[in-house]
Ligand binder design. Sequence first.
Ligand code: FES
Ligand SMILES: [Fe+2]
Length: 405
Amino acid sequence: MDAQTIKRWMESVAFERGRTAVPSGFPALPDIPGGRYWEPEFFALEREALFKRGWVYVGHTDQLPEPGSFIVWRRTGTPILVIRGTDGQIRAFYNTCRHRGAPVVQQEAGKTSRYFSCGYHGWTYDTTGSLTAVTDPRDWAHLDQSCRSLVPVRCDLLGNWIYVCEDPDAPSLDHFLEPIARYFRHLPLHDLRLVHRRSVEVRGNYKVVLENFLEAYHFRLLHRHTTDRIFDNLGTSVHLWDHGHSMMLSPNRRPDWVDPGTIGMPEMATATTIERDHNPSYLVFPNMIVPIAPTGIPAVAFWPQGVDRTILDVIWFAPDWGGGERHPLWETRIANFDRIVDEDIAFVEPIQESITSPGFRGVPLNYQERRIYHWHAELDRRIGMERVPEHLRVPPVLDDWVERD
Ligand code: FES
Ligand SMILES: [Fe+2]
């Protein structure tokens, strides 16, 4: 990370700590319309715009250790087969046989040899998705096998993170990740290992859960025994970027504080004061929270499964520790973070129940909460403002507050 950026961000933390009012010129934010959290028509629009037409994280390369290793990705509704080919390359396909539509792979994860066969009639594909053999070829006089490969889904990598995109016309992953990937460039993204994964299902709209991770305003009450003791919400600086990405940088309350639960763990050698003395918590739009500490990253991703149902994945990445078992401190470290996440999600169901009440009209947001507004404005941009029902629109009033350099 360049010295200029570090300096700017540190100044911005100092500014936040010192201010006594909202900075001058900050616009009044219109309320976020309540229907965005429960109207099924809006849910369909946003699901398509974000999860069908955008790039989403589907896994880590450690989940595909060998040629033939595969996973089936289901979080976005359509089963997608992600497989490491015999040539080492990772590809994605719809997990749908080109004969009569059976799933070509039935396990959630596993390893195949050079070929895999559909369990229905035995059509066989290689790891690049090409159809290599059909059962009873004598009965397929007019079949052109070369036109019956598995239908590919776009697949690309950010370091060791695997992304897919179902829209053939969407811009590239590199473009999609601008400018946020720039702030990760000094980190060993190609050497991060997958430490742990935990999935939780919550009965609430995914935005209720996601938005909780976009602000530090709730630290004082929800995390009074955890996060709030460590990080200073009033010194937290917020950074909004193009493409919906954003970050909040919370300084440690005590400048000399080091997490006692991480002492002795391998660190990212290139971590700066930003990661050492603060909690930089990024949002990789649309749905992945990435808080970075030198010894590890507990990413949290939110997947809408219905208008009031969400799967939340907590995924731990850490700098490569060489061979052998992971560090013994990981058990407690994971448990400590789970406790914080549990504090966050305990509120989701009661909120979901409450926001479907006629008493819920909309959401006023303050200056500290402006990442939430920025997220919604980007969502409307992606749906196309004219397609968003008028009573649900979020006008882009924060554009002048987006940092572009
Ligand atoms: S559906 Fe796959 S071989 Fe028939
Ligand atoms: Fe929280």
